[in-house]
Design a binder for this molecule. Structure first.
Ligand code: SF4
Ligand code: SF4
Length: 289
């Protein structure tokens, strides 16, 4: 099948949470920006609906929180029912209620959920997870691997069903000792993929061949991390630019990028769960007692 993985990021940058490690904490978008974000998203959704010559997998990666906005919820529901859409997922803090997902196709819609200790209590977060289980919606759950988050991550891992994958993201700028790496790996068996940036210069990457990044105005780039445009989504100019190509950055240190770095082979590790970060299989986590 003619697969294309699409990361989409519109101008929305507001968030209801106040995470101390985030530049978008409690940011408020002016009404004009919200209107533009909605218009851009609806235009993108129309493009998805019309692009039936490819099997599309889409991940919304807003700067801020999208699921507090009706247009993200409605777009996910709509796209989940299109036969050529294999996956539509979004990164979210899971603060908003999830009942709207009962209108989506649970085989297609999925969530990449991040638990932010200090912004929400564990029980409330777990309640959202249980609702997703009831709705049979696919989701991964993760935590930023800051030392201050460790106890909360252990409590989350202990409370989640073993079948739910918990990922740990290496914290920006934090260098992990061997002992720290080991204890985070006990929670997330795949933490080793996140703990250090991947040298990527000159290595082949699916980004720009079978994966693209799209901005609200339709600018297509190979990934979120290389600014050079490949063309625009809405005039079709991006299509001729797709081809195998090496990475031009020294390092790739974000999961949504390096899953496409060919030598890592992570498309085999995640397969259909690539965008929402659910591996095909993972060893049972060893939760400390
Ligand atoms: S929930 Fe996400 S976007 Fe919002 S403040 Fe926290 S890290 Fe930033
Ligand atoms: S390795 Fe990372 S930075 Fe390089 S092209 Fe791929 S996704 Fe982009």
């Amino acid at each position: 099948m003619n697969d294309l993985y699409v990361l989409y990021r519109g101008p929305l940058a507001s968030c209801n949470y106040d995470c101390p490690y985030c530049p978008f904490a409690k940011r408020v978008d002016p009404p004009a920006l919200l209107r533009a974000d909605k218009a851009d998203l609806l235009r993108f959704a129309s493009w998805v609906a019309e692009t039936t010559d490819r099997r599309l997998s889409i991940l919304f990666t807003p700067w801020g929180e999208g699921l507090t906005r009706s247009w993200y919820r409605e777009t996910i529901v709509r796209l989940s029912h299109l036969p050529h859409v294999a996956r539509v997922a979004i990164q979210t803090n899971l603060a908003a209620r999830v009942e709207w997902l009962s209108d989506a196709d649970p085989q297609v819609a999925a969530l990449w959920a991040t638990y932010h200790p200090g912004q929400v209590n564990l029980e409330r977060f777990l309640d959202r997870c249980r609702r997703l289980d009831t709705l049979k919606v696919r989701y991964s759950v993760g935590v930023v691997g800051l030392p201050a988050h460790y106890d909360a991550a252990v409590a989350l891992r202990s409370a989640l069903p073993p079948s739910v994958y918990l990922w740990i993201n290496a914290a920006d700028g934090h260098v992990y000792t061997a002992a720290e790496e080991q204890r985070w790996t006990a929670l997330d068996p795949l933490f080793g993929d996140s703990v250090r940036p991947h040298p990527s210069l000159g290595l082949p990457c699916h980004a720009g061949e079978t994966a693209i990044s799209v901005l609200g105005d339709g600018t297509v780039r190979r990934c979120h991390f290389i600014p050079t445009p490949l063309g625009n989504l809405y005039d079709g100019s991006w299509q001729a630019a797709l081809r195998p190509r090496p990475c031009t950055n020294s390092l790739c240190d974000c999961h949504i990028g390096y899953v496409h770095l060919k030598p890592l082979g992570l498309r085999d590790v995640y397969a259909d769960g690539l965008l929402e970060r659910i591996p095909v299989a993972f060893p049972a986590p060893a939760v400390p007692s």
